[in-house]
Unconditional design. Structure first.
Length: 283
């Protein structure tokens, strides 16, 4: 298959974790006028071995030159050419965007559509975290530009070759895994009081339980958390100290208003006279 000129290509490199290895790789490419679109490096599961992933541009001839030059470097263990391989690639980005009152709901809808999450909230800004391939991240950036992007930080691409499974077997495996996960997963919406002093701590708790903020106001936010019963109970126990005002459990359409709440293990109920009587009978 012929590669068009200036098309982005990905190369994986396994190297010994020695001082100066990354500098030699970058120097080799820049010295021969090869452009590096992005480059990442991190230690693998094997001590002393680092995986470097770089993205460059060029046709088949340019790519062959780059790969041959890389293989000649000392401390380079293996060079993987992903041109002829089926692979999985992911990248993470942090995006700080203007979030004034009228735009908050629309930004939250975009976040939900792209399965991103809010990792920091302030009166005028949201900071979003999104993971996906390059096209997914580029798409959400294009949508958020209309609200005013303040800052972006991107990690660069991480790539691994796919396991060679038949497509039918792969689909069956993914379907069975998803079905097993859904059978044990429940979802709850929790509305918790927020003030400037507690905001960062609440966001850390939400991130710890892999939840997300689906609505944010000046003095409260609504958190969505999914997991088994113990996970939902655990985040409730932590958030109740900040002041939980509403909650909806699975298969309930809306959050019920109540001024007082009582806690039971794995559940949260509106405080009523009937609940008091029922609780006294249990004890």
């Amino acid at each position: 298959m012929e590669i068009k000129s200036n098309q982005k290509q990905t190369i994986g490199i396994l190297v010994e974790n020695r001082p100066g290895v990354l500098a030699r790789i970058v120097g080799l490419l820049s010295g021969r006028s090869f452009n590096i679109e992005n480059i990442t490096a991190a230690e693998t599961h094997e001590p002393g071995i680092t995986r470097i992933t770089l993205v460059t541009t060029g046709d088949d001839q340019v790519m062959d030159q780059i790969i041959n030059q890389l293989r000649r470097l000392i401390n380079v263990i293996k060079v993987v050419d992903f041109r002829e391989k089926d692979f999985v690639d992911r990248e993470m980005a942090l995006i700080k965007v203007n979030a004034e009152g009228p735009n908050r709901a629309e930004i939250l809808r975009i976040v939900d559509t792209f399965r991103a999450k809010i990792v920091d909230v302030s009166p005028h800004f949201y900071t979003l975290e999104i993971t996906g391939n390059e096209s997914k991240i580029s798409a959400i950036i294009d949508l958020l530009k209309g609200f005013g992007i303040v800052e972006i930080a991107r990690t660069g691409k991480a790539v691994l070759a796919r396991t060679r499974l038949l497509e039918f077997e792969r689909e069956q495996f993914l379907a069975s895994e998803e079905k097993a996960a859904q059978s044990l997963t429940k979802t709850a919406l929790i509305k918790v009081s927020v003030d400037p002093q507690s905001r960062s701590e609440i966001l850390r708790i939400v991130d710890l339980f892999r939840g997300r903020v689906v609505e944010a106001g000046a003095d409260s936010c609504t958190v969505e958390v999914s997991g088994n019963e113990s996970a939902i109970s655990g985040i409730l126990e932590l958030l109740k100290d900040f002041g939980v005002s509403h909650i909806t459990r699975p298969r309930r359409a809306a959050v019920e208003d109540s001024r007082k709440l009582e806690f039971q293990w794995g559940d949260l109920l509106p405080f009523t006279e009937k609940a008091v009587v029922a609780r006294s009978k249990k004890h």
